[in-house]
Ligand binder design. Sequence first.
Ligand SMILES: NC(=O)c1ccc[n+]([C@@H]2O[C@H](COP(=O)([O-])OP(=O)(O)OC[C@H]3O[C@@H](n4cnc5c(N)ncnc54)[C@H](OP(=O)(O)O)[C@@H]3O)[C@@H](O)[C@H]2O)c1
Length: 331
Amino acid sequence: MEKFSAFRIHADEGGTHSGVEPLGLEQLSEGDVVIRVHYSSVNYKDALAATGKSKILRKSPLVGGIDLAGEVVESSSPLFSQGDAVIVNGSGLSEVHDGGYAEYARVRADWIVPLPARLRLDQAMVIGTAGFTAALCIHLMQENHQQAIDGPVVVTGASGGVGSFAVDLLHKLGFEVTAVTGSSQASDYLYELGANEVVARDWVESGGGVLEKTRWAGAIDNVGGETLSHLVRATRPWGNVVSVGIAGGTGFRLSPMPFIIRGVNLLGVSSSNCPQELRKQIWQRLGSDLYPGHIASIHAQTAYLEDLPGVFEKLLNNEIRGRVLVRLLKD
Ligand SMILES: NC(=O)c1ccc[n+]([C@@H]2O[C@H](COP(=O)([O-])OP(=O)(O)OC[C@H]3O[C@@H](n4cnc5c(N)ncnc54)[C@H](OP(=O)(O)O)[C@@H]3O)[C@@H](O)[C@H]2O)c1
């Protein structure tokens, strides 16, 4: 096979540098299935990895991209055959294994999810890890008895990838949604996705007590730090707060009182190492009862490998609303 294009990240003592390089199949991390990648996506973590803003790579160099969707072209596994349409998200891509920012990927069969019948490959990558994580949060909240009738659910970092899909999916399930955003231009967009109320970031803030007057029934938090602490302290009894991200910081102080007096649950979510059976279940739900209603509106732009450095910069500067699809197919 001829060389193909890949966006590769080199992270060593000298720093991090990344860009498009020619690569051969034999240079890719090992696996029993070769996929012709049609699409990937841009997540916060991809921007951190490629710019070196956080240490994401545990091995270098690696092809970037924690998501990919495409068609199987070679398989020595009985689980997949040539022509199968498939998704891989997380599972160590762009952490310890070459990721989705290349025309080909070689991965382990037990990381692969068959494309749900209702989704196209491009839609699956607009959803990507961000939409998968939003669906996983909601699934975990539901397993922990969160119901629409309990009251409003707050979504922070609402105009980002995870936030946009969280608003869309909660609305779809009949939840009242309060979208918290620092982007003054995002209101119309968030109402269109299904928010009942759109508020500024400081709306979450409460007093300094270990327990605050209850204001919401649950939350999906992309921000972390003090925001997460406020969210837990003002959640109604038996509500669920899911900690997803740290877009606003990592510092976090909390007394155990919300847990032991109100039975509030703080749930963790980790899409990267999600057990495979649960991963398949979540993608199945994204192709059925959790099929997002606003994939086209959340799709902000389509980028090519050469565009990625500019997209990463914009994402980290909070200048992107929704999701960026990465196209590997040649026009
Ligand atoms: N745990 C997991 O499995 C998992 C999976 C995916 C993502 N994540 C994490 O979840 C977070 C969101 O990921 P994403 O891909 O949705 O990123 P994204 O598209 O960049 O969205 C992040 C959003 O957070 C808000 N934000 C940014 N900087 C902020 C700040 N300084 N203070 C408060 N809010 C800020 C912005 O929303 P507004 O402008 O609307 O406020 C921004 O759009 C990231 O921290 C990411 O690493 C975790």
